[in-house]
Design a binder for this molecule. Sequence first.
Ligand SMILES: [Zn+2]
Length: 296
Amino acid sequence: MKALILAAALLATPALAHQQQPANPYGDDNANWVRPIKPYRVVGNIYYVGSEGLPAWLITSSEGHILLDGGPSTDGGKLVERAIQQLGFQLADVKILINTHAHFDHAGGLAVLKADTGAKLWASRLDKPALEAGHHIGFNSNGPTPFPAVKVDKSFGDGTRLRLGENQLVAHLTPGHSIGCTTWTMAVTEKGRPLNVTFNCSMSVAGNQLIDNREHRNIVADYRATFATMRSLPTDVMLPSHEEQGDLVAKRERMLRGDANAFIDPTELARLTDRYEANFEKELARQEAAAGKAPR
Ligand SMILES: [Zn+2]
């Protein structure tokens, strides 16, 4: 959510509609959010169908496919659709849409994807209201950052299993970044080798108000529980919701150069969690100091 302020301003300020808009509405910083790249198989039956900077993951089976995240907008959703088709899969075979979290950069394309695939949307109970309202819920210095609202067909809680064909995904609620942030895990086999895959939700503060957030009262405890949850998930392959959180472009290049293990790193999620926890505690201390509160 780097350029949220700009994006929110563009979406929410009618006056801007009459002015010259940049070619990329998310700002130059996030040009890679709408830059197409060649889709590819990552491990097992998991395919990368996102843009260069914003992942979307297709998990295929003989009974239909699951799609995780939908890009930042209707255009972003269309980019995901083209990537699915480029791989030779049919949009109509996408049966279930899931979402790491109800922020515009991951949920903005879900409405068009749902309309074009006919898939059912599953979302955590706590992110459902944000998806259906089409904006972030919880005080955030970037504002509500609107996106096309989308109807949720099934809402779920922690530990829910999603089964489709040969696939079984488990939902782990990892709130903080959004109130219903969901991390998904599944097991795959790559060339006879069993691998635990984690699709981790974001852990950054990204403008969230950590003190007296009346729309997300447990936000501090939620973040801290999430750091513990992330460390508890056995993970060989970490597939995050932003490219830079997992250096996905570099891994893909290593894969193309012949490194079959480019995406396998059993220590990566713990290291990422350490980094975000340190950032979180620093930002919490900053917000507490600004609010004149003693550290908790
Ligand atoms: Zn986010």
